[in-house]
Write a protein that binds this ligand. Structure first.
Ligand SMILES: [Mg+2]
Length: 264
């Protein structure tokens, strides 16, 4: 009896002190996005805050959400949104990764075969921005690449346009900037933000990943970055860009994946 008691005590203590496996943590994040009202409320909150701010950001000709953009006063206004976990939720696809490894083709294949799931508030915010005369660009790291057995050099572009249509947003290829659509358009988004900034005053950025706002956020630096990002360098950027968070920069929640998982 005493032995059984000791064994049960050891088991109970083990259950309390063993950290959850990485798989369990990933699953919790996916479950939260897929099922919690909290996730929906937070997304709605981010986009409601942005809608309230847009008239002010639009009215100030000297305001830009691109740090260093100082020549934009006479350019037409624009906003830039990421796609995945910003406008379209991937939680159901992420669930498949609990059983099979990620590949860009499996993501492409899932998206073309399943209706896109909207992120709450995104479509209404985009409609409000367009009514106010703001151009809307989508800047995604979905990549232009060939897939065996699929026509075209960039089949993911048309699938992404269709995903956006499925959540109620019309756009065209010229407003959708894919990774590798041009030779220097790497997954470091700075170069594509600057490309849009050459013709537009960018009044707001929307994304779920630090790289949607800040340059050089990955452990493996991509041109023009030269240093690997660390947790410390990413946290330092919170202060560097303190004036932007919630004021032209709007971050959507994503506990499932992102560049944050690459750094130490
Ligand atoms: Mg994203």
């Amino acid at each position: 009896m005493k032995t059984l008691y000791v064994m049960l005590t050891v088991l109970a203590l083990t259950a309390c002190t063993t950290p959850p496996s990485p798989e369990a943590r990933i699953d919790l994040g996916v479950q939260w996005v897929e099922h919690s009202a909290e996730y929906q409320a937070l997304s709605a909150q981010v986009y409601a805050d942005a809608r309230e701010d847009l008239p002010r950001l639009l009215a100030d000709p000297n305001w830009s959400a691109l740090p260093g953009q100082t020549d934009a006063a006479n350019k037409p206004p624009a906003i830039i949104l990421d796609v995945d976990e910003t406008v379209v939720s991937n939680a159901r696809y992420q669930e498949t990764l609990l059983h099979t490894p990620y590949s860009s083709f499996s993501h492409f294949d899932w998206m073309r075969n399943n209706p896109a799931v909207p992120v709450r508030g995104a479509t209404a915010m985009i409609e409000a921005a367009r009514r106010a005369g703001v151009e809307v660009f989508f800047l995604t790291n979905r990549a232009c690449e060939r897939f065996e057995g699929i026509d075209g050099d960039c089949p993911y572009e048309q699938v992404t346009i269709e995903d956006l249509r499925e959540v109620g947003i019309e756009t065209v290829a010229e407003k959708l900037l894919m990774a590798w659509e041009q030779p220097d358009w790497s997954k470091e988004k700075l170069i594509r933000r600057e490309y849009i900034g050459r013709t537009h005053r960018v009044i707001a950025l929307f994304g779920d990943d630090y790289g949607d706002f800040v340059q050089c956020t990955r452990a493996k630096p991509l041109t023009p970055c030269t240093e690997p990002a660390t947790r410390a360098s990413r946290h330092a950027a919170l202060d560097t860009y303190a004036d932007y968070w919630g004021n032209g920069w709007y971050v959507l929640p994503n506990p499932m994946h992102g560049s944050w998982t690459t750094v130490r």
